[in-house]
Write a protein that binds this ligand. Structure first.
Ligand code: NAP
Ligand code: MG
Length: 491
């Protein structure tokens, strides 16, 4: 198999930002070179936006919010424009899937899945825009009290490189449905789909300044955006450390935030589980997107009587996993950048050095360019729950197995990290399903299933270090709005 990655060089493109409905370069004219993780080669540039570019975009968003039609437009009309954007994404689906997969190194089928999820977000929030409303509240005689859900104003969205198209869609969908305007800053390693969808938003007819895209380094553009005094609300998905920095910046202006900060999500497999059904799901939950998934199922807790059987079956599957170029569409692609590759390899090396048992390793496709950022998937067994590899988010294809003796211990181990994003429970016992689901500290709990991805209608977010606030579903519309209470006296 020959992976024809060189042809892409002919399509080199200089992408621009979107400010006030127009494509623009950075004010400094500086650019950042875009590399494809599959071969490490340059194929595009993006603007290196800085504080001046952020300021220009925030001013455009402010103007659009304060004086434009957006926040006063009937909600169903805002919804129609979001739905129209989703339709344009569908029409450009092949192009967007190819762009996302080349920019991030993810297998092309994952790029297609990301397009499908993005379309669903725009459909969902397009349809939801006119279906969210306030309450009337019984109050004193001679009074009527009611609530309105009002937009915050200018929202800043700072998004990561793992699922840019999906995460952009959940931010844009919820923020714009509620009548906010938005400045979005994608990660410098994966900005292309955000820019392209920003262009499609102009075509869809979004008013100028409603959706602005600024690319650049996090420490420059991201920091300037989260600290900007005219930003009313910040939503962020990424690492806990950057989340802390962004919250501190927003706190200086006393602005609200939504934080989605990753996880170390457990799946609990009880002895009565349907193992054949569970196995492919357990593997996919850590291999999808090369494990660079906030909701990756990176810990598997197995009831002791079936531990050896499940560990062996997972080992067989891990042995066969192959990493390779995005267009070869293998089990997993490359890591996003050399730093992420190093990070994963360092975690694996130190766990192996600490004596943790390596049950199985996958491989890298022999045809894969040696300049790509590939890592080998690794399955660790009988892991000490206190070990670093059991506690920290690796963000790579590294799965850890643990044995437990009873339900109490399973719950204790499941909750035994600083994180609390997603959990999986595999058992046929209905009462146990309910008991364990309630006691696991996680924002989403799957029973006999796993996969936070596509469910755009399902509220999503963390407990503990995984963050706060909720995205997706109707819940995101609450985060993206503030309640105003109006009290009428008419005695
Ligand atoms: P990160 O620093 O959290 O980056 C996420 C976003 O924040 C990017 O757009 C980034 O821009 C921006 N950013 C960085 N520093 C900023 C600052 N001081 N102020 C405002 N914005 C800033 O993540 P990373 O460094 O790329 O990845 C490191 C680790 O974070 C990963 O290994 C993984 O463990 C975790 N992570 C988690 C998620 C998740 O979905 N929960 C996603 C990504 C990473 P630039 O990228 O342009 O600098
Ligand atoms: Mg890239």
């Amino acid at each position: 198999m020959v992976h024809n990655l060189s042809r892409v060089v002919a399509q080199d493109k200089h992408f621009l930002n979107i400010v006030n409905g127009r494509p623009v370069a950075a004010l400094s004219q500086e650019t950042i070179t875009v590399l494809c993780p599959s071969d490490g080669l340059a194929f595009a540039t993006i603007p290196a936006g800085d504080a001046d570019d952020v300021d220009r975009a925030v001013r455009a968003a402010r103007e659009a919010f304060d004086r434009g039609p957006w926040s006063r437009m009937p909600a169903f009309e805002r919804g129609r424009l979001l739905t129209r954007l989703g339709q344009l994404i569908e029409q450009h689906g092949d192009e967007l899937a190819a762009l996302e997969s080349r920019d991030t190194g993810k297998p092309i089928r994952q790029g297609r899945a990301d397009v499908a999820a993005a379309i669903r977000y725009y459909e969902f929030y397009g349809g939801a825009a006119d279906k969210i409303h306030g309450d009337t509240i019984p109050f004193l005689d001679g009074y009527t009290a009611l609530t309105l859900r009002e937009p915050h104003g200018v929202v800043a969205g700072i998004i990561p490189w793992n699922y840019p198209m999906q995460i952009m869609a959940r931010v844009v969908g919820a923020a714009l449905a509620m009548g906010n305007t938005l400045v979005i800053k994608p990660a410098e390693d994966a900005s292309l789909s955000t820019i392209r969808i920003g262009e499609l938003a102009i075509e869809a007819g979004l008013p100028d300044g409603v959706l602005n895209v600024i690319t650049g380094y996090g420490r420059e553009a991201g920091a300037a955006l989260s600290a900007h005094p005219d930003v009313d609300y910040v939503t962020f998905t990424g690492s806990p450390a950057t989340g802390t920095a962004i919250q501190q910046a927003a706190a200086a202006n006393n602005r609200g935030v939504t934080m989605e900060l990753g996880g170390k999500s457990p799946q609990i497999v009880f002895a009565d589980a349907d193992i054949e059904k569970a196995l492919p799901v357990l593997v996919n939950a850590i291999i999808q997107n090369g494990g660079q998934t906030c909701s990756a199922g990176s810990r598997i807790l197995i009831e002791r009587p079936i531990y050896d059987e499940v560990a062996a079956a997972l080992g067989e599957r891990f042995d066969k996993l192959v990493a390779g170029p995005h267009d070869a569409d293998l089990d997993l692609g490359a890591m996003i950048n050399p730093a992420q590759k190093r990070r994963v390899e360092d975690y694996v090396a130190s766990a192996a050095e600490a004596g943790i048992d390596v049950i199985a390793r996958g491989s890298i496709d022999a045809q894969a360019p040696t300049t790509g950022y590939y890592v080998v998937p690794v399955l660790f067994g009988a892991v000490d729950p206190a070990a670093i590899i059991a506690q920290e988010e690796v963000f790579g294809p590294v799965l850890t197995l643990f044995a437990f003796d009873d339900e109490q211990e399973a719950i204790r181990l499941a909750n035994h990290t600083d994180y609390g994003l997603v959990a999986g429970i595999w058992t046929r016992d209905g009462a146990r399903q309910h008991r364990v689901a309630k006691r696991v500290r996680a924002g989403q709990v799957f029973v006999n299933a796993y996969g936070a991805g596509g469910g755009v209608e399902l509220p999503f977010g963390g407990f503990k270090k995984s963050g706060h606030g909720r995205e997706k579903g109707f819940e995101a519309l609450y985060d993206m709005s503030a309640t105003k209470t109006i009290i009428f006296r008419h005695d």
